[in-house]
Design a protein around this ligand. Structure first.
Ligand code: SAM
Length: 281
């Protein structure tokens, strides 16, 4: 039986090719197969770094499940399989996780060649507490999944890091303003390491106003300050939060759920306050 190979996760730049590490170039040069999201994009990266083109295997959200067995077989057969994504660390809001789980499940080795990740770059640049943080990736786009995740984000005490597409950024900031209030600190880290890199450190309301003046373009990471420490939530805060949500068109049910979750209080208390203050519940 041949020697087992290994799966190697390789971080690649999030914009600036100068961030490609010598180890990353070496790892791709040594690989028998490189799993990538887009063969043209990875082909260009390999060419730029003079890496002879190995076999490229497309692994994206549609194919990751189906190519997993092939990858496990390759590694078991002694091949070195590298995994890259279009940018940054594979497995971080990008394919990779399933491959790692399957290779480990088969008792085969996995290695990492660390590289840039937009979430970590934005966090350390933000000036917000980085000692403890939560990475939420992309929020669900709609439905109760989004409502619940937003409420959890608003109530989170640790710094929260989100990825967001430019055309959804305004809506996400609107939702965060409703749940966190306008004054919560936020950092928009745009086009990190690229020509038009920009970091806006401000409040949620001001960040939203900036987007009205200048339509969002490029890639963004949103870094949100944790919820304030004040454990005691007073009735006025609850009533104000209900009013904001109702004014924005939320149903009684959604408003109560969001407020209870965001402020860490019981739904029953929210209902009672909503009823006595004339919001109806
Ligand atoms: N695997 C990548 C990583 O390690 O960061 C993330 C891939 S995810 C599909 C793409 C999202 O990451 C973008 O929508 C944006 O939120 C964020 N992102 C990636 N590159 C960025 C950059 N240069 N500046 C700001 N955000 C970036």
């Amino acid at each position: 039986m041949s020697e087992p190979g290994r799966l190697v996760l390789v971080g690649t730049p999030i914009g600036n090719l100068g961030d490609m590490s010598p180890r990353a170039v070496e790892a791709l040069g040594c690989a028998d197969v490189v799993c990538c999201e887009d063969t043209r994009r990875t082909g260009r990266l390999l060419k730029h770094f003079d890496v002879r083109a190995p076999r490229l295997l497309v692994v994206n959200e549609h194919t990751e499940t189906s190519v997993t067995k092939e990858v496990v077989d390759l590694v078991a057969g002694g091949r070195v399989v590298a995994v890259v994504s279009d940018a940054g660390m594979p497995g971080i809001s990008d394919p990779g996780e399933r491959l790692v789980a399957a290779v480990l499940e088969a008792d085969l080795p996995v290695e990492v060649v660390p590289g840039p990740a937009a979430a970590v770059a934005a966090l350390v640049l933000s000036g917000l507490p980085a000692g403890r943080f939560v990475f939420e990736g992309f929020l669900p786009r709609k439905g109760s999944g989004r409502t619940e995740r937003l409420a959890a984000v608003a109530a989170e005490r640790r710094t929260v890091v989100l990825y967001e597409a430019p055309h959804r950024l305004a809506r996400t900031l609107d939702d965060l303003i409703r749940l966190c209030g306008p004054d919560r600190r936020v950092v928009l880290a745009r086009e990190l390491t690229k020509l038009h890199e920009e970091t806006i450190r401000t409040s949620l309301a001001e960040a939203r106003a900036v987007l009205d003046e200048q339509a969002p373009r490029g890639e963004y990471v949103v870094v949100l300050d944790g919820a304030p420490e004040s454990a005691e939530v007073n009735d006025d805060e609850i009533v104000e939060a209900i009013s904001r949500l109702r004014a924005a068109g939320a149903s009684n049910r959604d408003a109560a759920t969001e407020v209870a979750s965001a402020l860490g209080v019981s739904r029953r208390r929210v209902y009672e306050l909503a009823t006595t203050t004339g919001h109806g519940a």
